[in-house]
Write a protein that binds this ligand. Structure first.
Ligand code: CP
Length: 320
């Protein structure tokens, strides 16, 4: 595996889930694979789970790990071409990337959407430069448009908790006080479409995700109807994806608290499980009772981040 951005990169999902189970049962069984190999984790944005789980996964595999917080201690990086660099940015990304590639075997990157220019964000301008100029396999640790390590961990969690062959999984928008990217819902939609689940998306009008990720998944604008009979409720906020109107890209179109997942919302489900990628703002996305209930899967999801990262790094190491 040379890149990990999309569900196709992992191949057959059944095999990937079997491998995840095997790795979870024997997470230190592949220490020789990573011996004398180095993972460079580059963060343009903050993280708790991704940082810890990916580093832990690499250590499970016997790898050395270097973590670079681009905004804390490195030279400020220019990312645009054609600029006269007479400001506070001392180094260009186009030099920095091949230099970083010299010191590692695999690169993992976190670089969020700026939410100002849809074309720039959806072209994945930053991470594609890493793919092109680093000469190393690249893992997305949440980019402008995707968060595949999270979606894979979510799928593992659904697999571990499903009671039926084909559970109903609902991705529901929920309100938030800040504009958030679409990377998590994009990847969740992409992975659920490829999985053995009945997948439904619900959100207020105007929040339609890019069809490149949602495919043929039904959109139900009535949240009550969508949640009826759900086995898994995946709550997430996202800002306007700007699919029909680029001018609205990244805007908050609604702060309607009727969409906050509380006990009443969960009563409409099939004794469904609550899911969220974290971090989560209580009172906006979800009520205290729901997130603290025994049907909340937030901690198993976070724990499975170690497993999704280990499977991905293992596969990359196997092809080095
Ligand atoms: N879910 C997730 O990616 O968490 P962090 O932003 O803390 O890494």
């Amino acid at each position: 595996m040379k890149t990990f951005f999309h569900v196709e990169d992992i191949g057959d999902l059944r095999l990937a889930l079997e491998e995840a189970k095997e790795v979870k049962d024997n997470r230190f069984g592949y220490q020789q694979l990573g011996k004398n190999k180095t993972l460079l984790m580059i963060f343009f944005n903050n993280s708790l789970r991704t940082r810890l789980s990916t580093q832990k996964a690499a250590m499970n595999l016997g790898m050395n790990v270097i973590v670079l917080d681009v905004n804390a201690g490195a030279w400020k990086l220019e990312t645009e071409r054609g600029v006269i660099m007479n400001g506070d940015k001392s180094e260009h990304l186009l030099e920095a990337i091949p230099v970083m590639g010299c010191y590692c075997d695999i690169i993992a990157i976190r670089s969020f959407a700026g939410l100002k220019n849809r074309d720039y964000d959806y072209a994945e301008t930053i991470v594609n430069q890493f793919v092109e100029y680093s000469g190393k396999p690249v893992v997305a640790m949440e980019t402008a448009t995707v968060h595949p390590l999270q979606a894979f961990a979510d799928l593992i969690t659904i697999e571990e908790h499903r009671q039926t062959e084909r559970p109903k999984v609902v991705l529901t928008w929920a309100p938030h006080c800040r504009a958030l990217p679409q990377a998590v819902p994009n990847s969740f939609a992409e992975w659920m479409n490829a999985a053995d689940v009945d997948f439904v998306i619900t959100h207020p009008k105007g929040y339609e995700l890019d069809p490149k990720f949602t495919g043929k998944a039904p959109i139900e604008y009535d949240q009550h109807k969508a949640l009826r009979g759900a086995d898994f409720v995946y709550a997430k906020n996202w800002s306007c994806p700007g699919v029909s109107d680029k001018q609205q890209y990244g805007q908050i179109l609604s702060e309607d608290r009727a969409w906050t997942i509380d006990r009443e919302h969960m009563s409409w489900t099939n004794q469904g499980y609550f899911m969220h990628c974290l971090p989560v703002r209580r009172g906006l996305i979800v009520s205290d009772e729901v997130i603290e209930s025994d049907h909340s899967l937030i901690i198993p999801e976070a724990a499975n981040r170690e497993i999704s990262a280990e499977v991905v790094l293992k596969r990359m190491l196997e092809t080095l």
